[in-house]
Design a protein around this ligand. Sequence first.
Ligand code: NAD
Ligand code: TYD
Length: 338
Amino acid sequence: MKIIVTGGAGFIGSNFVYYELKNSNDEIICYDKLTYAGNLETLKDAENNPNYKFIRGSISNRERVYRLFEEEKPDIIVNFAAESHVDRSIEDPELFLRTNIIGTSVLLDACKKYGIKRFHQVSTDEVYGDLPLDRPDLFFTEKTNLHTSSPYSASKASADLIVQAYQRTYQIPATISRCSNNYGPYHFPEKLIPLMIINALNNKKLPVYGTGENVRDWLYVEDHCSAIDLIIRKGKVGEIYNVGGHNEKTNLHVVKTILKILGKSEDLIEFVTDRKGHDRRYAIDPTKIETELGWTPKTKFDDGIKMTVDWYLKNKDWWEKIISGEYQDYYEKMYGNR
Ligand code: NAD
Ligand code: TYD
């Protein structure tokens, strides 16, 4: 089979490319615009694999996407391509609407025009909004109402609705997964875990938003990849699957854990102005994918975070190139006067 992985030069998409090259005999095509978040260095270990090919292009470019379908005749599309950072969506919502909503609809139009065996939309638990901190008994299930907080989550929820509309109206064989926060290798340094690891290594302050009590439900990226792999092969068309491994942690706990692994002082922590509209708690109930597809996550947070810190220690070349470029301007703009 031929699988097109859109956004495959980003964090989760690249991990998925490697997962498939290792665990299947399928042909994998990475289709990516290479925005600031896309990085061909990330995919250099795949370059010589005969089952792998990279094609540059945007999911929002209709003509380019149609040509991609004509030339490649894919069996499966897995759509990771997106603007993915909440803080950036607060600065520039429109880009998120264009990429995440229009881009998804262009891909779906191509599926409708040329046919597809499976379209999989990689969504997020952020479409459910947030849960209160004092109700640990509450979890997101697939039936939880959509209730978005940020331009990012609103754009992802909109894309999900469009996928469902195309599935029902045009019988596009689509599935959707909604996963909790991922962490692991190749995570772009603007996100919490890599940012804190890199700042700590450079003895820079670790900017914790608000009080640091917000809770995220962390999943090691390879476990997300195995879930998507199962869904595209065994998942039922028209279904939504929540993905998460019950690894809820406060941001402060995550930051302190990183400092402890690196043997650095907690004095590096700096509480800064809170994010606007900051979601309090995310927590996934993964019962459906566990019982219907037999998925189980392999990596617990305490192991995964050590593996991740170790990866950043061993791959300085990868992140030093990123943080030496335009990322500096971004950092100054977001954190300079916070
Ligand atoms: P990322 O920002 O690291 O990567 C996004 C990739 O998409 C980049 O390679 C970028 O170049 C590419 N891209 C952006 N616009 C494009 C366009 N118009 N056309 C083609 N490619 C384009 O993001 P990520 O963290 O790997 O997230 C991937 C997907 O998973 C996103 O859809 C995100 O919403 C979802 N998700 C992420 C998480 C998480 O914790 N990171 C959790 C759940 C779901
Ligand atoms: P992030 O990695 O941006 O993921 P998301 O907002 O999609 O969950 O942020 C994770 C949590 O960490 C979130 O509650 C915001 C917080 N955070 C900080 O406290 N400081 C930071 O510098 C960043 C980037 C995030």
